[in-house]
Design a protein around this ligand. Structure first.
Ligand code: SF4
Length: 233
């Protein structure tokens, strides 16, 4: 194990069948995210320090690795989720530790830091990439200017890397109506994306200020003309 790895771990799900398709994994949640999506289901993970500071944190990286040592042969891999894992310089060391321990390393990211994503891609065996909105309209979801250009650059890096990935979008009627989804589908098609997962936003558990979701994912024909393989969950 990397002796000085101090990845900010906010929590760990010891067994997940939903965070990576067709795999049994553990999911590590990292602390902190530079964006502020109104539907975020992990608002306690957005700030760089957990409420109350590190003293309340239960998981050190050392403890995560000790746990994984008891799961060899039982788990296929570890997904790093968040928050936004790529904001942590120690993600590289943590992924190396996971790989050295005999597990696959998977990543959930929205791609806010292309250079950081480029550093970890050689270590990753699958990426779940969250696309928020048409790239020129990202701020309406992330509340951060120019976030769409970072996301587009990250997606290009991912596509060029050859690492298997899933592109998925959380859909809430406050941010994405059908015309906006069509503009996003155009953007994805322009990047060569032919497979896309749409997730209807669940509003229970989201932060304050998110209203009822009125978007229907029942009629997606206009999107499938742009991105042929669309699934919903
Ligand atoms: S990018 Fe993800 S973790 Fe960050 S605010 Fe948006 S939904 Fe939450």
């Amino acid at each position: 194990m990397t002796p000085d790895c101090s990845l900010k771990v906010a929590g760990l799900v010891p067994l997940s069948t939903v965070d990576k398709p067709d795999a049994l994994i553990a999911t590590v949640f990292t602390q902190g995210c530079p964006w502020r999506c109104p539907y975020c289901h992990n608002p306690h993970l957005l700030v760089s320090e957990p409420p109350g500071g590190d003293a309340t944190g239960l998981w050190t990286w050392e403890r995560v690795m000790a746990f994984l040592g008891t799961r060899r042969g039982l788990l296929d891999g570890v997904a790093f989720s968040g928050g936004e894992p790529t904001i942590h310089a120690d993600l590289v060391a943590a992924m190396r530790d996971v790989r050295d321990g005999g597990f696959a390393a998977y990543l959930h990211t929205a791609g806010p830091l292309p250079a950081a994503l480029a550093r970890v891609l050689p270590l990753v065996q699958w990426v779940g990439f969250d696309v928020k909105a048409p790239f020129d309209e990202y701020k309406r979801v992330t509340r951060v200017a120019d976030s769409g250009s970072c996301a587009r650059e990250s997606l290009r890096l991912l596509v060029g890397s050859g690492v298997p990935f899933e592109v998925r979008t959380t859909v809430h009627s406050d941010q994405l109506d059908l015309p906006a989804l069509e503009r996003l589908a155009d953007d994805l098609a322009a990047e060569g994306i032919d497979s896309w997962v749409l997730q209807a936003c669940r509003t229970e558990g989201a932060g304050p200020g998110i209203g009822p979701n009125k978007t229907s994912l029942d009629s997606l024909d206009s999107l499938r003309k742009r991105v042929p393989a669309i699934s919903t969950r």
